[in-house]
Design a protein around this ligand. Structure first.
Ligand code: PGA
Length: 253
């Protein structure tokens, strides 16, 4: 077994008014308090407005909190944006950068994602750097090429196994109920790890966590989470239900 602790990160996206977010976080915190620390790490990434409430609800447990995006600058005239330092200040240990919904909705390119990840690391956060091909790219047989160019363009110079996590999320699998086969997921993850080894060396690559994301559910987690190069998941829809999210986490170890 690889010496990597799986990370199960919940991406709540634009879901959760304060009261709902608090209730879900409290439910997870109750579970975390009721059992000895399991062999996985768990983080929840609520919308910005619920971060403080969620951080309070999970305080004193081993559950971590993350943001869903951050700006490249520490502070400044950037109306509507949130810096990595602000996320850390609000109780975050993680931040997702380069999620495909941001790459699509906000036209974020690799260079921007890389700058955001660099800013996150500088602020002491662990950057969860998302990459993944579209359906069209997959159909054209370009999956590995896309993953390679996105990884090269999005992973900042400062990235290491302790301050960065890669999330492979095929765009066509997100929220669609469709997933690649276990063999396909393993192939991409092994490829990503080999790319990381070329760039950062074998030891860092062996320690770097590579998450799979895209329609991970309680009923397919066994198949997707136990692959040799899958070190946990970035979970969207299923992370909004404590039972499902917890079951996925338990399937990762
Ligand atoms: P999903 O989302 O689990 O709902 O497919 C995953 C993600 O977008 O991170």
């Amino acid at each position: 077994m690889p010496a990597r602790r799986p990370l199960i990160a919940g991406n709540w996206k634009m879901h959760g008014l304060t009261r709902e977010a608090q209730a879900l976080a409290a439910e997870l915190a109750k579970r975390a308090r009721n059992q000895a620390r399991p062999a996985f790490d768990m983080a929840v990434c609520p919308p910005f407005t619920a971060i403080a409430a969620v951080a309070t609800a999970v305080a004193g447990t081993w559950l971590a909190v993350g943001g869903q995006d951050c700006h490249t600058a520490e502070k400044g005239a950037h109306t509507g944006d949130i810096s990595a330092a602000m996320l850390a200040d609000a109780g975050c240990a993680f931040v997702i950068v380069g999620h495909s919904e941001r790459r699509i909705d906000h036209r974020e390119k690799d260079a921007l994602v890389k700058a955001k990840a660099g800013a996150a690391i500088k602020a002491g956060l662990v950057a969860i750097v998302c990459i993944g091909e579209t359906a069209r790219e997959r159909d054209k047989g370009q999956t590995l090429d896309i993953v390679e160019s996105q990884l090269a363009g999005s992973l900042p110079v400062a990235a290491s196994a302790t301050n960065a996590v890669v999330a492979y999320e095929p765009v066509w699998a997100i929220g669609s109920g469709r997933t690649p086969s276990a063999g396909e997921v393993q192939q991409v993850h092994a490829y990503v790890r080999a790319l990381i080894a070329k760039r950062l060396g074998k030891a860092e690559a062996a320690a770097m966590r590579i998450l799979y994301g895209g329609s991970v559910k309680a009923d397919n987690a066994d198949r997707l989470m136990r692959l040799p190069d899958v070190d946990g998941g970035l979970i969207g829809g299923a992370s909004l239900k404590a039972d499902d999210f917890w079951a996925i986490a338990e399937a990762s170890v």
